[in-house]
Design a protein around this ligand. Sequence first.
Ligand code: ADE
Length: 253
Amino acid sequence: MRMDIAALFPDICTAVLNASITGRAIKEGKAQLFCHQLREYTENRQKQTDGYPYGGGPGKVMFVQPIVSCYEHVLEELNPQAQGLPSGENSETVPPDNSLVRPHVILLTPSGKPYTQADAVRLSQKENLFIICGHYEGIDERASILLEAEEISIGDYVLTGGELAACVVADSILRLLPGVLSSPENYEEESFWNGLLEYPQYARPAEYRGMKVPEVLLSGDHEKIRKWRQEKSLEKTQRVRPDLLENHKKAPS
Ligand code: ADE
């Protein structure tokens, strides 16, 4: 997978995603990551990336031009055979749309669709992702329309910018790529994979400050352990996220 992130503070994404497990995946070539500074794609002398909204109102809106130019730069890199792509003036030289490699575009915004593990699984199957980090009061609507962006929110709260949200989404996708986690059980057992929250886990010591690890986990009886975990998983979901349990019941097993 190639992942491009367009941001006003790309260093945030570079720092976060080049660390830990995602960093190792990138170093090992399991994914390519390019974080772009949107300011470098501006076409005004002041390198301004935002302006006051038409119609008035608070804050500033990110300009459409640097975002589309950054996307087109990536498009050119993905399609080295298609010269002069995709400016309107020489569109006669541009091959038909369906022969171009086009990244799937994601826009991080609090007004997007709530992000779930199912989205992470779906997006991990894409070859190319172009992720736009919104800022200020949002971005010019035309960027989202032109690039056919999938608008995603990571939760019902507002961050100062989309960079942290992009890191969350990118991390959740990169860890699902083949070979990134040591074994697929790592994620097949975890919260949300089967629509439930994960059961409680314990490691050494068997007793800490008088708190003992549940006997069943020391029993070596795998069937009993499986049942206990399933029970705990259901119990916790019921207590913390009863909404998930409703969907779990509806889903065909
Ligand atoms: N940008 C600011 N807040 C956000 C959120 N909750 N999700 C995605 N992008 C954001």
